[in-house]
Every structure is written in structure tokens, then in C-alpha cells.
Design a protein around this ligand. Structure first.
Ligand SMILES: C[S@@+](CC[C@H](N)C(=O)[O-])C[C@H]1O[C@@H](n2cnc3c(N)ncnc32)[C@H](O)[C@@H]1O
Length: 274
């Protein structure tokens, strides 16, 4: 298995981490590089899979100061991030917990247990947290929901737990449907969530709630299809956009109008209606 290692000036560490999260990585480990002058550089270890073409494309937008390399690692080392995984509090009464972490919830706290496998969606990324919060306020009992870019299925599973009658979940990643079905079963909503690799253009709709936590350029490309599958009385929740740079995504979705916006760190989620 190949680890993707980016060496960046320490001042760029947060920016580079955000760029990696935006590429859909599952975990990032920060390490001090061996033999480097103290404090100047930091290494970000992650995985983009073993397809070198994907890596080449991903690095096209990197700053020229950022150096990257691929390192062969054994799977057990690649999984050390699991040891450090912790539950993520979405709200005072709602937690997303890695499936292998033992966690005794206080009374009246709802727990969503997620095993991400080889997909994005442990539940700890700010865009995922924002999307779950938006779903919680928009999903009503009996709603139909479409989770576009479902990854681990964390958003679809959350929607089902919030009372959706039917959740369709789609992703380009061939790993996503099995992981999503596993997580739906683990959270006792297997009968509600159906995951496939069907392209958005082939989904029928319309849905009461559509959620898409995907990068801004993809949201812009998908805008006409996202609109088509959102019912006239429904809502579209988008995340994966930067808090200070998403006007172009809103413009692509016009005439839908923004009805709410929430921010964590540099990330935003936006809820739109017709
Ligand atoms: C940032 S991850 C979000 C995963 C999960 N929904 C969450 O909120 O944690 C984005 C996901 O969108 C998927 N994706 C990217 N472009 C897509 C497209 N055009 N259609 C469907 N899925 C797509 C990626 O494979 C990835 O799993």
C-alpha cells in the first residue's frame, strides 16, 4: 500500500491539511521529518490510494513549495490512525463514534457508529459535522433523502435515524455502497438506506432533502442535476465549500436561495430552497 507524503513549511500545515481533506482523504497524520532543521517543515502522511494518475491530478494545484512523495507502507502501519480516533460531538446530544472505539454515552445522547473502511466519512470532518446538523434540522418523519457522495454513508445513516422513510445514497467510489450498507445495518436502519454507484444524472427524484458534501468545483458541475432532484418544496444542503469562497457555488444554484449557513473553522454548509 502507498502512503502519500507531503512535506510543507510548518506555516502551511493547516492550508495543506485542508487541501488534503478537500481531496477526500480519510485521515492525516502530522510527523516531524527526520533530519530536517527543527520547526521549518512538517510532513503530512495520508493515502490517496495506489493509482498514481489520481495522485498526479491531485497535486496539480499544490504550492510549488510543497514536496510530495509516495512511500510503500505495510497495511498495519497505515492503520495506526485508528488508535487515535475518538468520538466526535455533533451536538450536545449527538455523537458520531468510530465503530471500534468503546464509548458509553451519557443518558439521552444519540450515537451513530461508523466504520469508514476505505471511504471518506468517519464523521469527524467539519463539513460532515455541519451536514449532519443541517440534516437534523431539515429531515422530517417520512422524508425522502438523497445523499450525493455518500462515502461511508454517515450522512444517509444520520438522515435515516432522524426519521427519513427512504434514503438513496450514491458515490463514484466502488467501495462506498458496501461500507454504507454495513453502517446502515450497524445503526439499525438497513431497511431505509440503499446505496449504489449510480450517477446523479441517472437518479429519478425528486427528493424532500438532498445533501451533497463534495468539493466546490464538483458541486458547480453537478448544480443542474442537484436542482433537478430537489423537490419544489424540498431543501438542498451543500457542504465541502470554504466559508469565505462559495458565492460561485450559490450562483451556480440560482434561482435557489440560501436559507441558512453554518461555519466551522474554514468550512461552511449551506441550505438552499426554491
Ligand atoms: C468529502 S467526501 C463526503 C463523504 C460523506 N458524505 C461525509 O460527509 O463524510 C465526498 C465524497 O463524494 C464522492 N464524489 C465525488 N464526486 C462525486 C460525484 N460526481 N458523484 C458522486 N459522488 C462523488 C467522493 O468519492 C467522496 O466519497
Amino acid at each position: 500500500m502507498l502512503a502519500f507524503v507531503v512535506s510543507v513549511p510548518r506555516v502551511d500545515a493547516e492550508l495543506a491539511s485542508d487541501a488534503l481533506w478537500a481531496l477526500g482523504v480519510v485521515a492525516i497524520e502530522e510527523r516531524d521529518p527526520a533530519g530536517q532543521a527543527e520547526d521549518q517543515f512538517v510532513e503530512l502522511w495520508t493515502s490517496l490510494g495506489d493509482d498514481v494518475y489520481v495522485v498526479e491530478r491531485a497535486t496539480a494545484g499544490f504550492s510549488p513549495e510543497w514536496r510530495w512523495r509516495l512511500v510503500e507502507v505495510d497495511e498495519s502501519v497505515a492503520d495506526t490512525w485508528r488508535i487515535h480516533a475518538v468520538p466526535t460531538w455533533v451536538d450536545a446530544d449527538l455523537v458520531v463514534c468510530p465503530a471500534w472505539v468503546s464509548f458509553e454515552p451519557p443518558a439521552n445522547v444519540q450515537v451513530i457508529r461508523i466504520e469508514p473502511g476505505a471511504t471518506f466519512g468517519l464523521g469527524d470532518h467539519p463539513t460532515t459535522v455541519l451536514s449532519i446538523r443541517a440534516l437534523r434540522s431539515e429531515v422530517f418523519a417520512g422524508a425522502s433523502v438523497l445523499d450525493v457522495g455518500c462515502g461511508s454513508g454517515v450522512l444517509g445513516v444520520a438522515a435515516a435515524l432522524f426519521g427519513a422513510r427512504r434514503v438513496d445514497a450514491i458515490d463514484l467510489s466502488p467501495a462506498a455502497p458496501a461500507v454504507t450498507h454495513h453502517n446502515a445495518a450497524a445503526n439499525h436502519v438497513a431497511g431505509v438506506v440503499s446505496a449504489t454507484t449510480t450517477a446523479l444524472a441517472e437518479m429519478d427524484g425528486p427528493y424532500d432533502v438532498v445533501v451533497a458534501n463534495i468539493l466546490a468545483p464538483t458541486l458547480v458541475d453537478l448544480a443542474p442535476e442537484l436542482q433537478r432532484v430537489t423537490s419544489l418544496s424540498g431543501v438542498l444542503i451543500i457542504s465541502g465549500v470554504l466559508a469565505d469562497r462559495h458565492e460561485h457555488v450559490q450562483a451556480a444554484l440560482a434561482p435557489m436561495r440560501t436559507v441558512s449557513r453554518d461555519v466551522i473553522d474554514v468550512w461552511a454548509a449551506i441550505t438552499l430552497r426554491w
